[in-house]
Design a protein around this ligand. Structure first.
Ligand code: MN3
Length: 205
């Protein structure tokens, strides 16, 4: 996939109905074809007249938001963040989940949080505690410590100064069609379709 302007919608590696019954087909279509696509379109629109950034990767743009012209900073923060976050989120889902962490990550999660169940409880709390729209994350910080963090809107964690291992979209558009106001149930179902093999690959990379 092209890494610079004009950015493109990242294709899913599975069918829209593959994650049923946890994530329903209608939500997946809407989320990918409308929401994710709109972030891509709006990011490209913001950058269109600023050709000096057309060879910058999305990561470079997001890490250097404060060096961008003032009139496009918010657009890149919101829509560039939206593209980046959804690329990661959709890529770490699978119909063939192991249902629990694997490999070195499994060991590290037990060590840091006590158990996978305890980790899940804290991650869920981060997702439930995010008032309004935003994300819950598992990251590896600069001290090589696993941390659960949460960001508002489409902000990326820690200015991308951490290694992101897992992200959960808790915007209402991610669950309202199927779960209405039941964000907790949505988060429980997210845990049924996490691609822990990929998460572990990110961890050991
Ligand atoms: Mn979303």
């Amino acid at each position: 996939m092209k890494k610079t302007y004009p950015f493109e919608l990242q294709k899913l590696s599975y069918e829209y109905n593959a994650l049923e019954p946890y994530f329903d087909e209608a939500t997946m279509i809407l989320h990918h074809q409308k929401h994710h696509q709109t972030y891509v379109n709006n990011l490209n629109a913001a950058l269109e007249a600023h050709s000096q950034f057309h060879n910058h990767t999305l990561e470079d743009l997001l890490k250097n938001l404060n060096t961008l012209p003032a009139e496009i900073q918010n657009a890149v923060r919101n829509n560039g963040g939206g593209v980046f976050n959804h690329n990661l989120f959709f890529d770490l889902l699978t119909a063939n989940s192991t249902k629990k962490p694997v490999g070195e990550l499994a060991v590290a999660i037990d060590k840091k949080f006590g158990s996978f169940e305890k980790f899940k409880e804290l991650f869920k709390k981060a997702g439930l505690g995010r008032f309004g729209s935003g994300w819950a994350w598992l990251v590896l910080d600069k001290n090589n410590e696993l941390q659960i963090v949460s960001t508002p809107n489409q902000d990326v964690p820690e200015n991308l100064d951490v290694k992101i291992l897992l992200g959960l979209d808790v915007w209402e558009h991610a669950y309202y069609l199927k779960y209405q106001n039941r964000r907790a149930e949505f988060i429980d179902n997210f845990f049924e379709i996490i691609d822990w093999n990929k998460v572990n690959e990110l961890f050991i990379k």
